[in-house]
Design a protein around this ligand. Structure first.
Ligand SMILES: O=C(O)CCC(=O)C(=O)O
Length: 291
């Protein structure tokens, strides 16, 4: 069985870099099933990402070349079973729970297809100011520094990223610990220390919400296909879904119910009982396996 419990060295690496690659976390069959699920959403014309309206407002009406060519589908976990099943897949949930603890919920789930753009050269791309951000919307603008870790996202790569200009996520390792703003190199318009996160299909990269990162335009090769599942403390609000219908929750396992925000008392998001967080028992077991 695939190793899913993070070692102390893995956790130390995550603490230091703000991200951690889990190579070959999904097998070929799982990758194909997820690709087919996303292709179906695309064929149905299902793009529904409201955050584009926000980006437009924020950037004076402009959309980056990448955003123009991208397909984004929010709350994918509630759309088809193949995506719902990923919410509590051990190779994502065990590491996330080790990092954040058991009192968490799913905050968002997102399918993103970045088709190649034709109106940008590699040379132009190397000097373009991209959409650098920390995650969780306006939280990083509003919170005082130093900011706390609130959430961890799993980037699930379904197509390979073997080099630059293929739409890899660009990150600044260690920038989750940065106090204040990112420093940009004036010549290249890139932040100092930025790297492209390359990956094979089936890799998962965990990164925390404070890590400065950006999408980069895909100029070369095939469309880049990925999923992003974000988990955070259960006292935060989900980003792309509201209350889940009781009838839908009723059919879920206790852990899945927890992740979709179920609670047994009115105060259960802020003051959870043990019934509200069955993940706590799971974490004790996984930690036992590690020692
Ligand atoms: O699609 C990408 O490469 C970046 C996605 C991203 O920035 C995010 O999920 O916060």
């Amino acid at each position: 069985m695939k190793q899913v419990v993070l070692s102390e060295a893995d956790i130390a690496r995550f603490e230091s870099d703000g991200f951690l690659r889990l190579p070959a976390a999904l097998d070929d069959g799982e990758v194909s099933a997820l690709l087919a699920g996303i292709a179906k959403l695309q064929a149905d014309g299902a793009a529904n990402d409201d955050s584009r309206a926000w980006w437009r407002e924020f950037h004076d009406g402009a959309l980056t070349p990448q955003a123009r060519e991208s397909f984004d589908f929010r709350n994918v976990a509630m759309s088809e079973l193949v995506f719902e099943d990923l919410v509590d897949a051990p190779r994502i949930l065990v590491p996330i729970t080790q990092i954040l603890g058991p009192r968490i919920a799913l905050l968002s789930s997102h399918a993103a297809v970045r088709a190649p753009v034709s109106d940008l050269t590699v040379e132009q791309l190397s000097r373009t100011r991209l959409g650098w951000h920390r995650d969780l919307g306006i939280s990083s603008v509003e919170m005082a520094h130093p900011q706390p870790r609130l959430a961890v996202k799993a980037a699930i790569w379904l197509t390979p990223l073997t080099g630059s200009a293929q739409g890899a996520m660009r990150v600044v390792p260690g920038s989750h610990r940065l106090v204040g703003d990112l420093a940009f190199d004036e010549l290249t318009n890139q932040p100092h220390g930025a790297i492209d996160m390359l990956a094979d299909a089936g890799d998962i990269v965990l990164f925390e919400q404070r890590l400065w990162h950006t999408a980069t335009p895909n100029i070369l090769g095939q469309a880049r296909v990925s999923l992003f599942y974000c988990y955070g403390y259960r006292w935060l609000r989900p980003q792309d879904y509201g209350e889940v219908e009781p009838a839908r929750l009723a059919g879920m396992s206790p852990v899945r119910k927890q992740l979709f925000g179920a609670k047994t008392t009115v105060m259960g998001h802020h003051l959870p009982t043990s019934e509200d967080v069955p993940l706590a028992a799971g974490l004790a077991e996984w930690e036992g396996e590690r020692s």
